[in-house]
Write a protein that binds this ligand. Structure first.
Ligand SMILES: [Ca+2]
Ligand SMILES: [Ca+2]
Ligand SMILES: [Ca+2]
Ligand SMILES: [Ca+2]
Length: 452
């Protein structure tokens, strides 16, 4: 019996040894496979003229980034990096060396350098062989003007500039200098183009500019453009009515205030219009890029509503009562509804003649501030940051592009703007002065005043 037990335990011991050996063998085979795979990957990289742009080490395990963005996993292999060459030493003594280089970037600079007019976008798109893991910086006089590979920049002043592009990966930094000649140019200080005009119903609608039954959105756009480029004023009607316009140059965001949207506000008669700005990011000359709101004094107030919308309904006919209180029906996206009244001072139809049965406009909505005191209608101004709010000559009518925020309310640093959108920012009316409706009478680029 004893003997049997001895034999049995010897057998168990033996079986254990074999199992360990098999595991060792398996591991060796796996390691070998891994080495072979790595070996092949490295040879492939050499054949494809790739080079190392970065690496990471963790617990003796390396992740190598190649210039085409692929990553190699490396273990069981000794790596050395010297003089811009990464060498992989395998256990069997084989070595493979691959260049480890700074980013390979070229800028196709025209002979004589880049030439651009002042207040126009300069767009430079460098060619980069290795996009992965490269950080770009464009510098002007040592100051960073962009952290993107592609540069979009605008110069407010004529002159000769030297831009430096620095591209960094884990192997180091490559640097290019680019010469830019910025030519002087004379621009019109005002609105050059109207892209869209859609007022909300109001007592000046179909009159400022004048509309007939034959008008269309396009002919009304043309009329608004003729008015704003010809020194006349347009009315945006009640809440949400808007205009989108542009210029013959980019409004550069310089230190301090940059522009004024001209209106007809006088003290006690403010009709604040919300201003939004955009720049031609896609370079097609059209306002189809992201919009940023100028976050004026009301923007963060709890009474201000974002993404407020009103829908206006065309009345079946014009009322007999010249002061009809239930004239134009509206609903909003908060479940409310009501009517715009007519008043006997303005007898023409208030609903845009060129629009169909109903339409919706919207944007940021601010609390109405209008009140009546001793028979006088008073509409106080918001503190700052709006159109048709303070008199045009008042410094509080001026706008700083630095006040722009994105749709989530985050401040954005815009270099300049090409398009401006203004919409009437609230809805209010009384029987003395009628409704609150923003007027737009023009635009002043404060930069052009500096340079003249
Ligand atoms: Ca500014
Ligand atoms: Ca565009
Ligand atoms: Ca008005
Ligand atoms: Ca006004």
């Amino acid at each position: 019996m004893k003997r049997i037990l001895f034999l049995l335990s010897a057998f168990v011991l033996l079986a254990g040894c074999v199992k360990d050996d098999i595991n060792d063998l398996k591991k060796e085979v796996n390691d070998l496979k891994e080495r072979m795979a790595l070996y092949e990957s490295l040879l492939d990289a050499l054949n494809n003229r790739l080079y190392v742009t970065g690496y990471e080490e963790k617990d003796g395990h390396y992740t190598i980034t190649m210039s085409d963005g692929t990553k190699l996993s490396v273990s069981n292999c000794v790596i050395t990096l010297a003089d811009g060459v990464m060498t992989f030493v395998f256990a069997d003594g084989h070595t493979i060396s691959i260049d480890a280089a700074t980013p390979d970037v070229t800028v196709a600079e025209p002979a004589g350098g880049f030439v651009i007019d002042k207040m126009k976008w300069l767009h430079i798109q460098p060619e980069a062989a290795d996009a992965a893991g490269v950080a770009y910086r464009w510098l002007l006089d040592g100051e960073e003007i962009s952290g993107e590979k592609d540069l979009l920049h605008v110069f407010a002043e004529a002159g000769t500039y030297h831009l430096e592009l620095k591209a960094r990966n884990m192997m180091g930094e490559s640097s290019h200098t680019v010469a830019v000649t910025v030519n002087d140019k004379t621009y019109m200080n005002g609105i050059a183009k109207v892209y869209e005009y859609l007022p909300a119903p109001g007592q000046f609608i179909n009159a400022m500019p004048e509309a007939t039954a034959d008008d269309t959105p396009e002919t009304m756009r043309q009329k608004a453009e003729a008015a704003l480029t010809g020194g006349s004023m347009i009315c945006l009607g009640g809440f949400g009515g808007y205009v989108v316009f542009g210029f013959d140059h980019t409004i550069v965001n310089r230190e301090g205030n940059d522009f004024i949207v001209l209106g007809n506000a006088i003290t006690g008669s403010a009709e604040p219009g919300v201003i939004m700005v955009s720049y031609d990011a896609n370079g097609n000359g059209l306002p189809d890029d992201e919009w940023y709101e100028i976050a004026g004094s009301e923007y963060h107030k709890p009474t201000t509503m974002m993404n407020y919308e009103m829908t206006y309904y065309k009345p079946a006919s014009e009322p007999e009562n010249p002061d009809e209180p239930e004239y134009i029906r509206w609903t909003d996206n908060h479940g409310q509804s009501g009517y715009i009244s007519k008043n006997n001072f303005h007898t023409q139809p208030y609903y845009p003649l060129w629009m169909g049965d109903s339409y919706t406009v919207g944007g940021t909505f601010m609390e109405e501030l209008m009140y009546v005191q001793e028979g006088v209608s008073i509409s106080p101004a918001c503190d700052w940051g709006y159109a048709d709010n303070w008199p045009n000559t008042d410094a509080r009518a001026q706008i700083d592009i630095d006040w722009a925020v994105d749709r989530l309310g985050n401040p954005v640093k815009l270099k300049g703007v090409d398009f401006v959108r203004v919409h009437t920012g609230n809805r209010a009316e009384n029987s003395i002065t009628g409704e609150i409706s923003t007027e737009v009478a023009g635009f002043t680029d404060l930069n052009l005043l500096i340079n003249q």
